[in-house]
Design a protein around this ligand. Structure first.
Ligand SMILES: *Cc1c(COP(=O)(O)O)cnc(C)c1O
Length: 221
């Protein structure tokens, strides 16, 4: 018997496949990151047993604790949340991929504490929402240039969380824009699309989708 999580994952891969083909992209070039914030290590293990290796966490200490608890599994841990400078040590120790870099100051702190280089994405705030994290489009060129001085952070691409709307089509202009920006700076990875809009994101060229609810069910916390 397949578990509910493994059925969910199978259904997501079918959707990824369909959207990628529709847009004439190669489906197996798209990475599914299962967003496991607030979910238990045993649920992560279930998703791992169903074949997933990439997991995303939003809170630095939660990432540290889960990566310690599951250290015998060969998991790529993605940090996708807002990082305060005093938590940089947890990311340097536990993250394999940092998707939400938006401050040179915090990045320097992580860089200083890293033993080995990691890949990073810069989070861009395209909605201009004051409450959101991410750098503005106008700050992006300078940040990319400054990051070249940090030897342990390899900038691979961009990440966006558009303003939430039930209608996934409302996310499309943001995804298009992120794709255009990435091309402008010759960056390859585009992390965009969540449970409600990942299919639109794939049509617009996502290489990484971050899906939580559709993998693990609703979050109660
Ligand atoms: C929580 C979260 C997700 C996953 O959201 P779902 O709607 O549950 O798929 C993806 N990206 C970020 C940055 C998140 O905080």
């Amino acid at each position: 018997m397949d578990s509910e999580i493994s059925r969910n994952i199978k259904a997501i891969f079918e959707r990824i496949d369909r959207s990628a083909r529709k847009a004439q992209f190669e489906p197996n070039k798209i990475k599914l990151v299962a967003v496991s914030k607030t979910k238990s290590p045993s649920m992560i293990k279930e998703a791992y047993d169903a074949g997933l290796r990439d997991f995303g966490e939003n809170y630095a200490q939660e990432l540290r604790d889960k990566s310690n608890e599951l250290s015998d599994l060969d998991i790529n841990w993605h940090f996708i949340g807002h990082l305060q400078k005093n938590k940089a040590k947890y990311i340097a120790k536990s993250a394999n991929f940092w998707q939400s870099l938006d401050s040179f100051d915090v990045a320097s702190e992580v860089n200083k504490r890293l033993a080995n280089p990691i890949d990073v994405l810069i989070e861009v705030n395209l909605g201009g929402e004051a409450s959101k994290t991410g750098v503005s489009e106008s700050e992006l060129p300078q940040l990319i240039e400054n990051l070249q001085t940090l030897d342990k952070l390899n900038v691979k691409g961009l990440m966006v969380v558009p303003p939430y709307d039930d209608d996934p089509e409302k996310s499309r202009p943001y995804f298009k824009k992120l794709n255009k920006l990435a091309q402008e700076f010759q960056l390859k990875e585009l992390s965009m699309g969540m449970t409600h809009d990942f299919e639109v994101a794939i049509e617009e060229g996502a290489t990484i989708v971050r899906v939580g609810t559709r993998v693990f069910g609703e979050r109660t916390k």
